[in-house]
Design a protein around this ligand. Structure first.
Ligand SMILES: *Cc1c(COP(=O)(O)O)cnc(C)c1O
Length: 360
């Protein structure tokens, strides 16, 4: 068996040791004689697995006690709707920062429930930067301020938590949660689909300050009602049990790596060397303002677009796959989440140099 280096943006590579452990436990979890997939979500064994995952997430992110942690379905896209439904409360306006394709989708969905004021937008700059905080127009009467901490397609990442101007701060962290240290107390709500940096598809984590709960918009489906989900341990209906279990294994792996500070150091190193390789070459380029480049998703182009297919084919032969850019932007994109080993980034850099030598 040989595992290749998978640069997919999501669903994306999982740590090999996590998959090996899942394999070893597949038929008989912990001497129960059954697979996690076959367990009742109400069973003692399964509730233990679910609670351990939450405890590990709380430990890794140092989540304060006044925050609920929910494990939901419907992806980050479901949360685009659930957030206004739950957090609008008696207000009518919400504030969003538009830094790319995912911000725009979140804005589009919020418009179904509220008046959206765009506090700042980088659309005129083709989403290659983040507008300076001093230029944002944050409406003090808005229910919350929403931003996308890492734009998975554009490769733009907030390096600092923005000042929320007194509003509850809401962040879509789907593609950079658990990649760096984080002060959760700065937020009203954090959400993230698991399939980028936390686990497999099918489960979405919501971390929400408890004073924001309990004022859900009339007509909100119960499964999207944070208060109801919190009261039921995220088991208002059958949760995605296996995805939750795998997420838990990824969290244990992350603890074994030394936690967020340790993985952040690795992520700085991995992304730093890849950007350096791109920047020192006349053949490769990255369009993003260096101050706002993502450590997780590195888009790049080559000087001669005609060579794109050749690049992808030769990369595949070298064991480097899923490097094509998002269909909406083209070019290439290397997604280098926590589970991408540094050796994978080294192999990509070596391949890029060799390709440039041959074709540049
Ligand atoms: C992938 C992604 C989404 C969409 O996630 P789904 O789980 O497919 O709904 C939303 N926001 C960001 C930043 C993403 O990377």
């Amino acid at each position: 068996m040989s595992r290749i280096h998978n640069f997919s943006a999501g669903p994306s590579a999982l740590p090999t040791s996590v998959l090996e452990r899942a394999r070893d436990e597949l038929l008989d979890w912990g001497g129960t004689g059954m697979s996690v997939m076959e367990m009742s979500h109400r069973s003692k064994a399964y509730v233990g697995i679910a609670e351990q995952a939450e405890a590990n997430l709380r430990e890794l992110l140092a989540i304060p006690a006044n925050y609920k942690v929910l494990f939901l379905q419907g992806g980050a896209t479901g949360q685009f709707a659930a957030i206004p439904m739950n957090l609008l409360r008696s207000k009518t306006t919400v504030c969003y920062v538009n830094t790319g394709i995912w911000s725009k989708k979140a804005i589009g969905e919020a418009k179904r429930y509220a008046t959206v004021k765009v506090a700042a937008s980088a659309e005129a700059e083709s989403f290659s930067t983040i507008p300076a905080r001093g230029e944002w127009a944050v409406d003090p009467d808005a229910a919350y301020l929403h931003y996308t901490s890492n734009e998975t397609i554009g490769g733009v990442e907030f390096q600092e938590i923005p000042d929320a101007g007194g509003l509850p701060l809401v962040a879509d962290m789907s593609s950079n949660i658990l990649s760096r240290s984080l002060d959760v107390s700065r937020f009203g709500l954090i959400y993230a689909g698991a399939q980028k940096n936390m686990g497999p598809a099918g489960i979405t984590v919501v971390i929400v300050r408890d004073d924001l709960l309990g004022q859900t918009l009339p007509g909100t489906p119960s499964i999207f009602d944070y208060q109801q989900q919190a009261e039921n341990g995220s088991m208002l209906n059958t949760p995605p049990t296996y995805s939750w279990y795998l997420l838990g294994l990824v969290l244990e792996w992350l603890k074994d790596q030394g936690g967020l500070a340790a993985i952040e150091a690795v992520n700085i190193r991995k992304s730093g060397k890849l950007y350096a390789a791109i920047d020192q070459s006349p053949f490769y380029s990255n369009p993003v303002d260096p101050a706002h480049r993502s450590r997780m998703n590195v888009p790049f182009r080559i000087a001669n677009d005609d060579l794109e297919k050749t690049f992808l084919a030769e990369a595949k032969n070298a064991g480097l796959v899923n490097l094509e850019g998002h269909r909406s932007v083209g070019g290439f994109r290397a997604s280098i989440y926590n589970a991408m080993p540094e050796a994978g980034v080294d192999a990509l850099i070596a391949f890029m140099a060799e390709f440039e030598r041959k074709h540049g």
